[in-house]
Ligand binder design. Structure first.
Ligand SMILES: Cc1ncc(COP(=O)(O)O)c(C=O)c1O
Length: 382
């Protein structure tokens, strides 16, 4: 039954027997820049590539500042710390997300509170957020919002741009503003994705992007935070470099910091990958159009980019009619050389977060049951 799907996917990646979900492509100046970095001996946290990378990311995303970080999880941790999240506070996020979002919240000692996603964007739903806050949040005279039943401060909201599709981030920003909740964007998956022309990660006070090996562009492991707030960028740079007080030779540190700065050797790889980004995005968009056309008339629905947005189509996604057919599809494709994956188990079902507070999560449940990611790598053209 799913043979035509497997045949179609294989026809898009003809030189490969096994089709992975998302492979990196190193077809430009990667080796040149990495060799140059090695020759310079500046392979660690100081060097020209790490500074160049930050400049280029700021320019590309339109953010005023970028701070290079070792990976996306650490970037999210930093983003929430500098946004002001503290121990025992609440951070609202979506239950349909990768574990890193909740891990970063937990590193601070804060607790996630799960709100549903929209079916079309697969990202945090502004309508469901509004409903939750209206019922369960109270704004106190100090200007901050608190969860009514536990009395905990709701200090941040972390929507995620799922598989690269932007969520309704402007509406979420308006709601966060009204309740005085810091908006931190998990843009880990959405380098190159724009909502109403503005790059994802630039709507909130700070955004975090990942350059893990499975992402659209990668340096093995890497991340960045972007922000328009100079003080916040400075603080992030300070905290990620062991909170060392700048001095020519003295080692003095003024608070507990982190060894979170992206090494120059990774940044060298990033600089080369950034040169390829626009052509990778075109290539992936072309593949998404072919998938959309292929799935146009059957029972499997292709998930297109939402209104008002330009997605990077990091991982293409389809919806099967139900969980049973999803499982059959996963089994057939993975048995026949095509890597496909269901979405993540919902965060509120994991042992660590099963007692977390939740709103209604109907859409996330539908996506958990029916969504499958299909191969989405940049295709190499002869
Ligand atoms: C939604 C989301 N948040 C955070 C991360 C963490 O990024 P990293 O793997 O670079 O730590 C990832 C991906 O890996 C992700 O998909």
């Amino acid at each position: 039954m799913y043979k035509p799907v497997v045949d179609f996917i294989k026809s898009q990646f003809p030189s490969q027997d096994f089709i992975p979900l998302h492979e990196p492509r190193f077809i430009g100046n990667e080796k040149k820049y990495v060799n140059d970095c090695i020759d310079s001996t500046f392979v660690s946290s100081v060097g020209k590539y790490v500074n160049d990378f930050e400049k280029q990311i700021a320019e590309y995303t339109g953010a005023k500042y970028a701070v290079a970080i070792v990976n996306g999880t650490a970037a999210l941790h930093m983003a929430m710390l500098v946004a002001g999240v503290k121990r025992d506070e609440i951070v609202i996020t979506q239950s349909l997300s990768f574990i890193a979002t909740c891990n970063a919240i937990s590193y601070i000692g804060a607790s996630p509170l799960f709100v549903d996603v929209d079916m079309d964007t697969m990202g945090l739903s502004p309508d469901k957020l509004k409903i939750y806050l209206k019922e369960f949040a109270v704004k106190k005279s100090n200007g901050f919002s608190y969860q009514k039943t536990t009395g905990q401060k709701i200090s941040a909201c972390v929507p995620m741009h799922t598989f690269g599709h932007p969520c309704r981030i402007d509406e979420i920003a308006t709601i966060c503003n009204e309740y005085n909740i810091a908006l931190v964007e998990d843009a880990a998956e959405s380098i190159g994705s724009r909502y109403k022309e503005k790059h994802t990660g630039t709507y909130g006070i700070v955004g975090a992007i990942s350059f893990n090996g499975n992402k659209t562009i990668t340096c093995g492991g890497g991340g960045v935070i972007i922000t328009d707030n100079e003080a916040l960028a400075k603080r992030a740079k300070h905290l990620t470099t062991q909170a060392k007080v700048p001095h020519r030779w003295n080692f003095v540190h003024d608070e507990i910091g982190y060894n979170y700065r992206m090494p120059n050797i990774n940044a060298a790889l990033m600089c080369a990958q950034l040169e390829e980004l626009d052509s990778f995005l075109d290539n992936k968009r072309e593949l998404s159009a072919l998938y959309k056309n292929f799935f146009a008339n059957g029972e499997i629905k292709f998930v297109s980019e939402p209104a008002h947005s330009k997605s990077n189509y990091w991982l293409c996604a389809i919806l099967l009619p139900d969980k049973k057919s999803r499982d059959a599809f996963l089994e057939y494709t993975n048995d026949n050389g095509v890597m496909t994956r269901p979405t993540w188990a919902l965060m509120n079902k994991l042992e660590m977060f099963k007692n977390s507070m939740c709103g209604n999560l109907d859409n996330a449940q539908v996506l958990e049951d029916r969504l499958v990611n299909i191969p989405s790598s940049v295709r190499i053209k002869k």
